[in-house]
Design a binder for this molecule. Structure first.
Ligand code: HEC
Length: 169
């Protein structure tokens, strides 16, 4: 019996680092959202450039449900909608500028500020008006304290179902 207990304990300890090593598959805290594997292939909703301390270029992508809702003008967004926000360093392109002969071209550099998601589930996320929020930095979910800031800042966009980005035709 003792030996079996020892074996179980050893197996359990051996299993622990293995579990924490699966961070890419870990659910984000608070809303329990996992990184969507195919998000980089989703279709484009629009792009934006943030100045100031953010100084980035960003793209907003949507899954099929999001794109359909945007194109049909359906608000509130239906359950199953997922909107992703990607961001990169806003960088002058030395290669392109050589062609122009002056500082002219700015491009997306290294990824930054992770990838953010808004997921619509009117039942599960009823307390945040139907939206769940997640952010993954280098594939790893950010901590709960960061996620607590999301909804509060999206609240001013109540008229457009808490979503800021408009569809760029
Ligand atoms: C300081 C205010 C603020 C905070 C905090 C914030 N957002 Fe946003 N978010 C915005 C604004 C403004 C936009 C629209 C344009 C842009 O990207 O700057 C936006 C855009 C988005 C978009 C694209 C859809 C849309 O609404 O335009 C997603 C997805 C998103 N945010 C997720 C999150 C997540 C997840 C968090 C928390 C980790 C978060 N946001 C925190 C202000 C905020």
């Amino acid at each position: 019996m003792k030996r079996i207990a020892g074996f179980i304990a050893a197996a359990f300890i051996a299993f622990l680092p293995c579990q924490s090593g699966q961070a890419d598959d870990a659910a984000s805290p608070l809303f329990g959202i996992k990184l969507f594997p195919g998000y980089r292939d989703w279709r484009l909703i629009s792009v934006a450039h943030e100045e100031g301390s953010l100084n980035d270029l960003r793209a907003v992508l949507g899954n099929d449900i999001a794109i359909k809702a945007y194109r049909d003008g359906t608000r509130p967004f239906p359950d199953g909608t997922v909107i992703a926000r990607l961001a990169w360093n806003y960088e002058p392109s030395e290669d392109n500028n050589k062609v122009f002969g002056r500082r002219q071209s700015y491009v997306a550099g290294a990824p930054k500020e992770g990838v953010q998601f808004m997921v619509k589930d009117s039942v599960k996320y009823a307390s945040t008006s139907g939206w769940g929020f997640a952010q993954f930095n280098g594939g790893k979910p950010v901590e709960e304290t960061v996620l607590k800031t999301c909804f509060a800042c999206h609240e001013p966009a109540k008229e457009t179902d808490f979503v800021f980005t408009h569809y760029a035709p």
